[in-house]
Structure formats: structure tokens, C-alpha cells
Design a protein around this ligand. Structure first.
Ligand SMILES: [Fe+2]
Length: 328
């Protein structure tokens, strides 16, 4: 039988409601300003928008080409085949009480892009009980406009997840401020530059979630990462960020694990799985799968859904079941 868990947002006991609200209010002002701009705000400074019209034209031309070659249906089938990747990670600094702790990681479902993807992800998640589930952003297909389909799909997914320590989430660059309240009403613990602490006996594990930094980076994300960084004598820190772009900072602050997505592992790859585009400001070695920066391990999910076109080639859709272990 699993030991009981307690979880609460930062600070360790229940949060001072006023301070939590004040932080959210500051964030909401910044987020609203950035959502109204086309330029991206990133940890490396402002970046021009990813060329929407050009990208859409290229994606459209690609889809037409695949259809002409008779390969479109194969790409659609690939996108809907959501596999479970299982990994066991030896984690220095992990408290003994959390040996065997299981994390179900789901990223980039883009629920409203592919017919059938929500059901495929729901089935894979239902077959993957864990201690906790973390969602690392991009719940809808578009970057603007309605979100009701994505929220409805999340509403169907959450009850299928078996994770006694809760479902926790961060926002991605496709997610808007208007999705926060609907997600929280579903019982999802959104971490917007905030921390949650999971307890097993006297031991605790900290979960620090940042707002997306690929398009919506602010100093609030940097501050939260630093403020909630694990002290040497106090447990193990897991950073949840939509993209790998805070990995170097998180490693320098002593986090033990970094979970992210955003890249879709390339989604449309060359034979052998080499991505053509990753839409990522980080080095390519952080764009897919397991990696390490300094003493920190990280995992970039290839994504449960697809983005742009409902197709995948030489890149698999995934959910990930991570088991944390004390190093032997
Ligand atoms: Fe993204």
C-alpha cells in the first residue's frame, strides 16, 4: 500500500491567500501585455515572432506533398499512436522516502488538432497509474482564440488519471491566461511561477512550475526558480517548464530533475529520427528525451499530440512514466 501524501502550494503550510493572489495579479498583468504582442519574450531577450504565415504555408505544402505521395494516412496513424515510455532515474539527493516515486508526464496534447487524440491520450494515461501526474503545457492547437475544446478534453482526461498526489500543470506558449480558471476548476494544480511540496513522512519533494518562457518569459519566472530552489539540506527539486530553455538556470540552482516538452521531438523527422525543426531556443541535445546539464537530469517529452499538422514521421507520440530511485 502506498504511503499517504500531503501536498500544498508554497509556502509549506497552506499559502497566505493574499500573497498568492498578489503574485498572480502581477503575473496576470505581464501575461496580458505579452499575449497582446507578436514578439516573443524569452530568457535570451526579445525575439521576432515565429513567422506564422510562412510556417503555415510550408506546413500546408508539406501536407499536400505527403497526400500526393500516399503517405498522409501513415502520418495520421503515427500521430494517434500514443506510446508509454518508461524510465527509471537514479536521482542523487532524492529522500529515501521517495524511492520508487512515479511521475506520469504528459506534454503538448494539443487536444483540438487531431480527431481521436484526446481519447488516445486518455487511454494511455488510464493504463499508467502513478503517484503524481504533471502536464507541461500546450493544451490547445492554436495560440489564440477559443479554448473550450481543449478544456473539455482536459475535463475528460483528469478523471482517468490515477495519481493520488494530484495532477499539476504549467502553461505552454499555446495556452492563454483565460485558460487558468477553467483548468483550476477541473482540480488541476496550476503552478504559475509557484511551488508545491509533496510530503512522505518528514521528507519532502518540491515541485516548481514556471509560466512558459518560449514566448512569455518574465523576471517572475527567474525569481520563482531562484526563490524555490532546493537547499542542499532540504530535499529534491523538480522544475516543470514548458520548454527546455531554463535548464541551465535550474541546474545552477541545484534542481535535481527538469521536465518539459514543446519540441514534439521534431514531430516531422528525417529517417533515423533527426528533427528538421524543433522550435526551440536551446541546444538540440535538449530537444528530445533524457539529457543532463551539470548535476541535473532532464527529460524533454516528444509530446502526446501533434502541432501544426496532425501528422508524425519518424517521431512517436508519447506519455512518460518516470520512476525516481535513490542511486545505488
Ligand atoms: Fe509549445
Amino acid at each position: 500500500m502506498r504511503s499517504a501524501h500531503k501536498f500544498a502550494r508554497s509556502p509549506i503550510s497552506q499559502p497566505g491567500r493574499d500573497s498568492a493572489c498578489a503574485d498572480r495579479e502581477t503575473w496576470a498583468i505581464w501575461r496580458s501585455i505579452l499575449e497582446a504582442q507578436s514578439w516573443r519574450s524569452t530568457p535570451h531577450g526579445p525575439r521576432p515572432p515565429e513567422s506564422g504565415a510562412l510556417t503555415e504555408a510550408m506546413i500546408g505544402a508539406f501536407a499536400v506533398t505527403m497526400r500526393a505521395l500516399g503517405l498522409e494516412s501513415r502520418g495520421r496513424r503515427n500521430a494517434l499512436e500514443v506510446r508509454r515510455v518508461e524510465l527509471e532515474l537514479a536521482c542523487p539527493g532524492l529522500p529515501a522516502e521517495f524511492d520508487g516515486f512515479r511521475i506520469l508526464h504528459i506534454s503538448d496534447p494539443h487536444f483540438d488538432l487531431c480527431d481521436g487524440i484526446a481519447e488516445a491520450i486518455g487511454q494511455a494515461a488510464a493504463d499508467s497509474p502513478a503517484d503524481i501526474c504533471v502536464l507541461t503545457g500546450d493544451y490547445r492547437a492554436a495560440c489564440h482564440g477559443p479554448h473550450h475544446e481543449a478544456i473539455a478534453a482536459l475535463g475528460r482526461l483528469v478523471p482517468r488519471i490515477s495519481a493520488p498526489a494530484g495532477v499539476w500543470a504549467v502553461l505552454g506558449n499555446h495556452d492563454s491566461i483565460s485558460m487558468v480558471q477553467p483548468m483550476e476548476r477541473l482540480g488541476i494544480g496550476l503552478l504559475i511561477n509557484e511551488a508545491a511540496y509533496l510530503y512522505r513522512g518528514a521528507a519532502r519533494l518540491r515541485l516548481v512550475g514556471l509560466d512558459d518562457v518560449h514566448r512569455f518569459h518574465t523576471h517572475l519566472a527567474d525569481d520563482a526558480l531562484a526563490e524555490h530552489a532546493p537547499a542542499e539540506s532540504d530535499g529534491f527539486g523538480i522544475a516543470l517548464v514548458h520548454s527546455p530553455d531554463m535548464a541551465v538556470a535550474a541546474s545552477g540552482l541545484g534542481y535535481g530533475l527538469y521536465l518539459c516538452g514543446h519540441t514534439h521531438g521534431g514531430q516531422i523527422c528525417l529517417p533515423g529520427g533527426r528533427p528538421i525543426v524543433t522550435h526551440c531556443d536551446s541546444p538540440r541535445r535538449l530537444a528530445r528525451g533524457l539529457w543532463r546539464v551539470g548535476g541535473m537530469q532532464g527529460y524533454t517529452s516528444s509530446g502526446a499530440g501533434a502541432s501544426g499538422v496532425p501528422l508524425r514521421y519518424f517521431s512517436r507520440s508519447e506519455i512518460t512514466l518516470l520512476t525516481l530511485r535513490i542511486p545505488k
